[in-house]
Design a protein around this ligand. Sequence first.
Ligand code: ZN
Length: 212
Amino acid sequence: MTTITSFVFNPFYENTYIIADENNDCWVVDPGCYSEGEQMKLINYITEKQLRPVLLLNTHCHLDHIFGNSLIAKTYNLSPYWHENETQIAKNAKIGAMMFGVKAPEYVEPGGFLKEGEVLTIGSSTFKILFTPGHSPGSVSFYNEKEKYVIVGDVLFRESIGRTDLPGGNFDVLIKSIKKEILTLPEDTVVYNGHGEPTTIGHEKKYNPFLR
Ligand SMILES: [Zn+2]
């Protein structure tokens, strides 16, 4: 059984997630901490809860999802894992930073790549990797079937979808990913996204104007 905790970080109000198991091992997903205060908040939380970060994951590599990669990598001696289609996106974060007028995240070499259909295990829990490109060319989602939740990054938001105007984005590919990989999950599955409040598959099927 896992517990999931979220933090809202950086000028883009990005959701960072900590997934912890029953033995206090944890995953850090999309660390977006940007300011020193945000960095301290995340590290202090991990310390106070006596968690042991064992894996650093990125749903995709837009700058707001990787600001904290170097902090987590250095502090816990971890390397980030992402889909191989995201390496160029991570390297291009510098350009995005100039565009948005923020400081660039430090590039951290990945420890390996996440593959579609691969199953990741933490404690007694498992997450299947869903390949959900469109917002970004290598976006992945982490699906915990037993505990009925999925972490989707910027693929799907509450009553909205991810933007597709950034390099490597593609609207038709995104809609296809959502319909094929996400909306086919059970309706009571909770969707934790990269920005804003969580939602459910059932809610999005009913109310998401992009998915009619
Ligand atoms: Zn994004």
